[in-house]
Every structure is written in structure tokens, then in C-alpha cells.
Design a protein around this ligand. Structure first.
Ligand SMILES: *Cc1c(COP(=O)(O)O)cnc(C)c1O
Length: 351
């Protein structure tokens, strides 16, 4: 850190170069390009893919807004397909059904640290000649059949927002890709579309990773598997405690998927908000990711979705609750959360 301060190089320097190489090796891709945020990683990857205006991309309605927003920003038409209630990521059948003659790509999101059914999403993409861009913001380090998330599609987007699996001390992100062509375009787009100093091939933006973040992230990167193992252990304890619970159900995983549990999310078919209150009274904080699905957000009103259009996403918004999980969580805290969960009963109907 001090070395960075003394060097006088604060944006895109040797630390960023090193970190980009380490990250690419970690994920198992040929290139990683450090950018200003996960949101920008999605946007710049899409800008680098060069979609025609109005072409359709299928994505999830139950996630953080960044992916759909990036699609809008590059002029694509956002098509929301419903989610699978097993893992709350894009449903393969719904994705398949949402593809039309105008579809050019699929943008799946690996939610809560858990890999979506990427193999079957890829199969759809290959059979219809579509690109796949993975939103890996919540799932860096997760694996599908041994292969890291973010290495499956034409590109993956990583975020280094502090609460993500590889968190920095500020904003940051990266585009992951095996395409040297795409990596080159993103490298240019992050510096205003420049080919060389003050020669511009295209319009870009200012979105770069800084040296202090890169120096920190480089030190943290080799640790993230260890943190994920710790969270997986805690998730297994929660899962065992909730086995057979009628009222609170842990989200399911897929046979080939290895989650990094950036969140531990349960589904509460009846009384989700009451459970949150019950836990708050025991000083256990919870979060609702995400209380309103994207297809019902005012900003996407022009797309014409209605209540009932995507029932699984709507159900997920009404019933999921994320409970505390972090690497090295003391047993005492784990037990307190479990005690809170097991002492709860849903409100009885009708009074
Ligand atoms: C956090 C997040 C992003 C955006 O990352 P930022 O670095 O905050 O811009 C995108 N997609 C998902 C699913 C996220 O959780």
C-alpha cells in the first residue's frame, strides 16, 4: 500500500497488471480487464460484444439491477425470463421459451454465490448461436463441475464491491474472457475508446481499477477459497438445522454447483416479515434480496410486464430472507441464529 503511495502511479499501473494476470489464472480464463465496478464490467463487456440496437437479451428478473441496466445502456431490449425456484436463478425452460428470432444473447446471474444451471444455459446458447455473458458479481470462486464461474460464456463480470466474495476497500470490477479480441476492446473502452494516447477508435468511458485496490485485491485473492470453505461449512450447519423444517426452507443447490455462499438465503412461504422481526428481536439482522422483481420496477414499466407475468420471481421477492453468514463466524453466533430460526412459528391465519 505504502509502495503504491510512494510510486506516484495510482490508476492502471503495475499492481493492476499483476492482479489482472492473477485473477485470470484463478478463474481459468486468458484475460481479465480491471474496471471501475461490477456494473461497468457488465456494461463494458456488452459494449465490447457490440450488439445491434434493439437486439434482445434474456436475463433474470430476480437480481440486482446492474445487468438489466447495462443491457438498457447499450441499447439492447431486455427480456426477462422467469426463475427456477430451486436456486432462484434463470430457469432453463423459461429461458428457452423466451428466445426469439431477435435474441442475440443470454445474461444469467449466479445468485447468492451459487452457480446457476450454466451448462444447460450454454446448451441453449450454442444451439441458437447466442452469446452468454455471466454476471459473476456474487459468485467469484464458485465452481460448476470443477470449473470456475465466469469462465463459461464469452465473458464474465466480477465485482470487488466490499461485500462481494472478493471485496476491496471501494468500488472495482473486472471483465473475464477467453477472447483476446473482446479483452482488447474492453481495454480500449475503459480509457475512452483510445487506441493509443489521444487516438480514439470508438466512444468509451472512464472506468478503471486503481492501484491501491489492485494491491489489496492481489493479497486477498489467494484467500478467497479459504473464506468460501468456511462459509460452506456454516451453510451446511444451517442446512442440517433446517432439515425437515416445515416453515423455513434453505435454497437448494445443483448437483454440479459449488456455492461460495455470498449470502445464505432461505425461503419462508408464510410470514417472511414476521420471521425477520422475530430474528431482529434477538439482535440478528437479516436482509431481503430482492423485495421487488425487476420486471415490476417503475424503470422497466415500458416493457409491459404485469403482476403475474413472472410468478416465480414474484414469489421469490415475497418469500426469501437472507440470514447472517461470514467466514469465521463464531459458533456462538451460528447457534444463536439457529436458535432464532428454530423457535419461530408462522403467524396463524384468520386470528
Ligand atoms: C453487486 C452486483 C453487481 C454490481 O457490482 P458493483 O461493483 O456494485 O457495480 C452486479 N450484479 C450483481 C448480481 C451484484 O450482486
Amino acid at each position: 500500500m505504502l509502495a503504491v503511495a510512494r510510486s506516484g502511479r495510482y490508476i492502471l499501473g503495475p499492481n493492476v497488471d499483476h492482479f489482472e494476470l492473477d485473477l485470470a489464472r484463478f478463474v481459468g480464463v486468458s484475460h481479465s480487464v480491471g474496471v471501475g465496478s461490477g456494473t461497468d464490467a457488465l456494461y463494458l463487456a456488452l459494449a465490447g460484444i457490440q450488439l445491434e440496437h434493439g437486439s434482445e437479451v434474456v436475463t433474470s428478473p430476480f437480481t440486482f439491477i446492474a445487468a438489466a441496466e447495462a443491457l438498457h445502456r447499450v441499447g439492447a431490449r431486455v427480456v426477462f425470463a422467469d426463475i427456477d425456484l430451486l436456486d432462484f436463478s434463470l430457469s432453463v425452460d423459461a429461458t428457452d421459451a423466451a428466445v426469439t428470432a431477435r435474441t442475440v444473447g443470454i445474461l444469467p446471474v449466479h445468485l447468492f454465490g451459487s452457480p446457476c444451471d450454466i451448462q444447460n444455459i450454454l446448451a441453449i446458447a450454442e444451439s441458437r448461436d447466442l452469446f452468454v455473458l455471466e454476471d459473476a458479481a456474487q459468485a467469484l470462486g464458485a465452481r460448476w463441475n470443477g470449473k470456475r464461474i465466469g469462465s463459461f460464456g464469452v465473458a464474465g463480470a466480477a465485482s470487488f464491491f466490499p461485500s462481494k466474495p472478493l471485496g476491496g476497500m471501494g468500488d472495482g470490477g473486472a471483465v473475464l474472457t477467453n477472447s483476446s479480441e473482446l479483452a482488447k476492446r474492453v481495454r480500449s473502452l475503459r480509457v475512452h475508446g483510445a487506441r493509443s494516447m489521444y487516438v480514439y477508435d470508438r466512444f468509451g468511458t472512464n472506468s478503471r481499477l486503481d492501484e491501491l485496490q489492485a494491491a489489496l485485491l492481489q493479497v486477498k485473492l489467494p484467500q478467497i477459497d479459504k473464506y468460501a470453505i468456511s462459509r460452506r461449512r456454516i451453510a451446511a450447519i444451517f442446512g442440517n438445522a433446517l432439515a425437515g423444517n416445515e416453515w423455513i426452507r434453505p435454497l437448494g443447490g445443483r448437483p454440479y454447483g459449488e456455492s461460495v455462499y455470498s449470502a445464505y438465503t432461505v425461503s419462508v412461504p408464510r410470514g417472511r416479515d414476521e420471521l425477520a422481526n422475530h430474528l431482529r428481536a434477538r439482535r440478528i439482522s437479516t436482509a431481503v434480496y430482492y423485495p421487488k422483481p425487476l420486471h415490476l420496477q417503475p424503470v422497466f414499466a415500458s416493457l409491459g410486464y404485469r403482476v403475474g407475468s413472472l410468478p416465480n420471481a414474484e414469489r421469490a421477492s415475497a418469500t426469501t430472507l437472507s440470514i447472517p453468514i461470514f467466514a469465521g463466524m463464531p459458533d456462538q453466533w451460528i447457534n444463536r441464529v439457529i436458535e432464532g430460526l428454530l423457535t419461530w412459528r408462522p403467524p396463524t391465519r384468520g386470528g
